[in-house]
Design a protein around this ligand. Structure first.
Ligand code: ARG
Length: 585
């Protein structure tokens, strides 16, 4: 469905055309001064410049045409040549009533029939999930939901880091603790045990200890490297042990991601594509795109017009080992073969931007995906502590994600001291609100920027926070419930009688457009901004209008529909952000 803004633009274009000016100048923008007007057009300025005419004259002529158009309540030219527009309340209500019958806010779905792979999460197996991976999970989940909303078959892949030295470290440490396990017996012929010889608590203890030991104990470090190599060469005992590590780790990661309401369609990892690498490199060789550089093998990816230096993409070290980029290239090969995606989208820390630039360019040179396949990377900033440095625990360690979420949920629970809910529901509700506090605290910032984790602010029920939005949603629901209990019914939305009502209606016409923008720019913060504005407009409207007491039936029924629309919008937007709304709070 055409957005109100586009409809207004069409009318503007018509007026420009009627004045024998390029209709392209007739574009409406949202006003950045809502106190002066609702929409604004700056086209007269550009048109005047091109035609060497007086901008005010053109603006006045356009405004005069539009003043006679029933779509507008006001069309006026203001110096030096802006056209300020207000929509007529009748046209606005009619548009909103039409929109209310649409699904998905009238958004056209460009992704129908296309597949998008969203690569996010990126946890490393055997290592506990820490806050460094928090943003990838939170932002990635929201972006994946935006893709799905746009009609794509959106495939989220957690793409685990499961092929590095950490595997060798764990294997050697297990060997030291339990040397008699069959995995370490080269002569062993039978089936390996189905049960893992360790649980997640053991892994959590083993990995940090082994990692620390390797830093001091050169012989141990050497063994771990060797074990990693043996595993990668397919040693059956190590492979079996590796599968145990993977299974135990995955189960724990899944629990953590579930707690964040983050869900992956695929639980693949770096290990899954190792077998594709030799063939891929042979193909690169055949194409002649691999070159030797100091004993290593690289693909040159720099271009003449690069503003900064893009180093070659390293695909094999001099000792034969493959690298992060090699695995990512092979993963593109696999994704193309399995899903033929229209887009592959990666979400990681922005420090990996260069890596992805190199990988994408190498993939293009090698023709791993068709030209039409979009490869993009969103690099997010760091979550900092109040000291402005990357977030750490009080004792300076890396914080596990699980504890961070619990801490936020606990803080919300404490703020709910006066809430009259049964204890169990209160705990549950604090859980939902806490998740929203954490996610909204993150997503309301532009993803590429750093932000400060501020427990106090994030969990506040006032201001631009997750809890405030949920509180607004719950409030709207409770009003709607009361209306239902009073036997009141819905009716068409009526032309707004006052500015507060009109502002709320206008905001509700802009939901679809906001989702489109958030999707186009991969910017969930735009959803947050919209919601915060919506919540404020609702509160102001509700302060001034008493729905239950209203005596004009048409108005009352129209208001109930208006609130239904607001509720629907809040629910969908919160879902796109990746959190739910509690029943009561
Ligand atoms: N495991 C990586 C890390 O911890 C992130 C993986 C991101 N995805 C990818 N295809 N490289 O940094």
């Amino acid at each position: 469905m055409t957005s109100l803004q586009s409809i207004i633009s069409d009318h503007l274009a018509g007026a420009f055309r009627a004045l024998e000016l390029d209709p392209g100048y007739g574009r409406a923008n949202l006003s950045n001064r809502p106190d002066l007007c609702e929409y604004q057009c700056n086209g007269a300025l550009a048109a005047a410049k091109a035609a060497k005419r007086n901008p005010m004259e053109i603006a006045e002529a356009v405004a005069e045409k539009l003043a006679a158009d029933p779509l507008f309540e006001k069309a006026e030219a203001v110096k030096p040549g802006f056209i300020n527009l207000n929509i007529s309340p009748g046209a606005l209500a009619a548009h909103l009533n039409e929109l209310a019958r649409e699904t998905a806010f009238g958004v056209d779905k460009p992704g129908v029939g296309k597949t998008a792979v969203i690569d996010y999460g990126g946890a490393n197996v055997a290592k506990p999930l820490h806050v460094g991976h928090l943003r990838s999970a939170i932002i990635g989940e929201s972006i994946k939901r935006l893709y799905a909303f746009m009609g794509y078959e959106a495939i989220g892949d957690v793409h685990l880091g499961d092929w590095g030295l950490q595997m060798g470290l764990v294997i050697e440490a297990v060997k030291d603790e339990q040397p008699d396990l069959p995995y370490f017996d080269p002569a062993y012929q039978g089936d390996y045990p189905a049960e893992p010889p360790f649980g997640i608590a053991d892994l959590e203890r083993i990995y940090p200890a082994a990692s620390a030991r390797a830093k001091e104990d050169a012989a141990f470090s050497e063994r771990a490297h060797l074990a990693t190599l043996k595993l990668q060469q397919g040693n059956p005992g190590y492979r079996a042990l590796f599968n145990h590590i993977l299974a135990v780790s995955r189960a724990d990661l899944k629990k953590n991601y579930d707690g964040l309401n983050v869900h992956f369609e695929l639980w693949k990892g770096e290990s899954d594509v190792q077998e594709l690498i030799p063939g891929m490199l042979a193909d690169f060789d055949e194409q002649g795109i691999i070159e030797e550089s100091e004993g290593a093998r690289v693909i040159y990816v720099a271009k003449a017009d690069d503003a900064k230096e893009i180093p070659p993409c390293l695909v094999q070290k001099s000792d034969g080992a493959y690298l992060y980029a090699t695995t990512d290239l092979a993963t593109i090969v696999e994704r193309e073969a399995l899903y033929h995606p229209a887009e592959i989208f990666y979400i990681t820390d922005k420090r990996q931007s260069m890596h992805f630039e190199q990988v994408f360019r190498a993939a293009r040179r090698a023709g791993l995906v068709p030209e039409s396949c979009v490869l993009s990377h969103l690099g997010y900033g760091t979550m900092n502590g109040k000291d402005g440095k990357p977030f750490k625990t009080r004792d300076g360690g890396v914080l596990r994600l699980e504890y961070l979420l619990k801490e936020v949920q606990e803080a919300v629970y404490e703020r709910m001291a006066d809430t009259e809910l049964p204890e169990e529901e209160k705990r549950q509700t604090a859980g939902i609100i806490g998740l929203a506090a954490l996610k909204y605290g993150d997503l309301s910032n532009q993803a590429t920027k750093d932000y400060v984790f501020d427990l106090e602010r994030f969990t506040s029920f006032e201001g631009n926070t997750g809890p405030y939005l949920l509180y607004t949603a719950v409030r709207i629901r409770s009003i709607l419930r009361k209306c239902r209990e009073a036997g009141l019914s819905l009716g068409p939305i009526q032309p707004a009688a006052g500015p507060g009502e009109k502002a709320l209606q206008l905001q509700l016409t802009r939901g679809g457009q906001t989702i489109e923008e958030a999707f186009r720019e991969k910017a969930p913060h735009k959803l947050c901004q919209y919601l915060y504005e919506l919540a404020g407009l609702f509160s102001a409207f509700y302060r001034d209008n008493h729905i239950l007491k209203e005596t004009d039936k048409d108005r009352q029924q129209g208001w109930i529909s208006l609130l239904e629309e607001a509720e629907k919008t809040l629910v969908s937007f919160c879902d796109l952000l990746g959190f739910g709304i509690p029943e009561r709070m």
